[in-house]
Design a protein around this ligand. Structure first.
Ligand code: SF4
Length: 485
């Protein structure tokens, strides 16, 4: 189905398109000039402090319409836009729901952080019950998704840092051994490794300058996260040097995670070296335990390597290991995903992140015009949840992305007491982040103003190396603006 949208309001076409895609998938929205099967016409009226939205879908000569009214917010600005957007989306959603007879699990919600909406309801003074009811009414979420949000809010309780000087550290290593077919990050294949040393030199400089800046500005760095890319694609010596440098400049962390990522980047020497550093948590990510899928998605390791690497890490004393899996990978059906989860269950990690495949525009799968799997994705995601629960884990963070199979979600599960605070901070955007390395995005959270100042580092590796001082200046300006506010 190809649907063309007409709206008299500027800046709302994408929001209407997002709702249509919930029901008809990617590629279902076209411009009125393109060939189309149906037209969705939006009409807007404002009088006496009331907004009236009407949407009409015309398809095969038949018309279906929906109307909604809401109190108008008089002043121009973000709040007005946000409220109007919600009303328009709700109106379109109700029409599409009636038209298709389908009820998407996340209702009309297309945003990436649904927990935020729950918190917003509570900040307005609502009880948990009232907040749940409001989410069901406003966005038409299914009971399962409200339950999931509830579980996360419980897990996060007491873990969100509210002090204004609290800050997390992120260090990015934008190299991987090969590029996964679904990858949309700016990471480069490590190739002949020519860029690694110059990159590390630039990163050391950024660490030096930013640790000084953090001290001058009184930032209290509490948790650290080294991600990428794949940090363990560095040699043992390079990673050892980098970890030592971070510890020397920033001191002790309450929590420090290293994404060891791919099993093919780890060996006993590297893991032993990592154990000699104060690392609290590592990730060893299988994505799938099916060898044929690993080949299809371009990961240069086998399922057995994941098991061996995990067992070695355990023997060496790592007692907090996360594993990532992805539902709806190319060529995988329910039984294959079930196999992956059964193997993970045998390994018994402390946390499990269940992703749903998202096909971003910059990925190889997008280039190959891969069509998302339909049908049993929701069942797979539910199985991930059941498996995590059966291992004694609880959901503790969640995010959604565009272009995800059946508009599902990514959920982090962990054993109680093993929740990664960096992941919570990052998803809820409640704590400032000093992000170092190519593509890192520093955030200054200004709670009073309900504002976040962002200072992105350039993603291109060569440009980052050449302009590292400028990246530090961007951060300095953002944190200074926060201090002045
Ligand atoms: S390991 Fe992650 S960053 Fe590296 S290529 Fe795969 S998806 Fe991309």
């Amino acid at each position: 189905m190809k649907i063309a949208i007409h709206t008299p309001l500027e800046g709302f076409t994408n929001d209407i398109a997002d709702v249509i895609r919930l029901f008809y998938g990617e590629g279902s929205v076209v411009t009125p000039l393109d060939e189309h099967d149906a037209e969705l016409v939006h009409e807007h009226e404002e009088s006496g402090g009331v907004w009236r939205e009407r949407v009409t879908l015309t398809c095969d000569g038949k018309e279906a319409a929906q109307e909604l009214a809401g109190d108008a917010v008089a002043e121009e600005g973000l709040e007005r836009k946000r409220r109007l957007k919600r009303l328009i989306k709700r109106c379109c959603y109700q029409l599409m729901k009636l038209h298709t007879g389908r009820h998407p699990a996340w209702g009309s919600l297309t945003g990436i952080r649904p927990t935020r909406l729950y918190y917003q309801q509570m900040e307005q003074g609502k009880t948990r019950n009232e907040a749940r009811r409001a989410l069901a009414e406003l966005f038409d979420l299914t009971d399962e998704k409200i339950e999931l949000l509830d579980e996360i809010i419980d897990a996060q309780s007491g873990l969100i840092a509210r002090e204004p000087d609290a800050c997390d550290l992120y260090v990015g290593i934008p190299f991987c051994t090969t590029r996964c077919a679904y990858c949309s990050f700016s990471s480069g294949e490590i190739g002949n490794g020519k860029l690694v040393e110059p990159y590390l030199q630039a990163l050391y400089r950024e660490i030096d300058l930013c640790s000084e800046m953090a001290r001058e500005m009184g930032l209290r760095i509490r948790v650290g996260y080294m991600g990428g890319g794949t940090p363990s694609s560095l040699t043992t010596k390079q990673l050892d040097g980098l970890l030592s440098h971070i510890e020397k400049r920033f001191g002790a962390f309450d929590e420090f995670t290293v994404e060891a990522g791919r099993p093919d980047t780890l060996d006993e020497d590297k893991l032993r070296m990592m154990r000699s550093h104060p690392i609290h948590r590592i990730s060893i990510n299988p994505q799938t335990m099916n060898d044929e899928t690993l080949q299809i998605i371009g990961r240069a390791h086998t399922a057995q390597q994941t098991v061996d690497c995990y067992e070695l890490a355990r023997r060496l004393g790592f007692d907090d290991i996360n594993m990532d899996v992805i539902a709806a990978l190319p060529g995988e059906d329910y039984a294959m995903f079930e196999n992956t989860l059964a193997k993970i269950r045998e390994l018994a990690p402390e946390s499990l992140t269940v992703h749903t495949l998202a096909i971003k525009r910059s990925s190889k799968l997008h280039e190959q015009k891969y069509q998302q799997r339909e049908g049993d994705v929701e069942r797979m995601v539910n199985l991930g949840r059941e498996t995590a629960h059966a291992m004694g884990m609880r959901a503790y963070y969640l995010y959604r992305q565009k272009y995800m199979a059946q508009n599902m979600e990514n959920v982090g599960y962990a054993m109680p007491g093993r929740y990664c605070r960096y992941n919570i901070d990052n998803m809820e955007e409640t704590t400032s982040v000093l992000a170092l390395g190519a593509g890192g995005i520093s955030k200054c959270v200004m709670r009073q103003e309900e504002k976040i100042l962002r200072a992105p580092n350039i993603a291109n590796i060569e440009q980052y190396i050449a302009r590292v001082d400028e990246m530090v200046e961007r951060k300095r300006e953002a944190f200074a603006a926060k201090a002045r506010a």
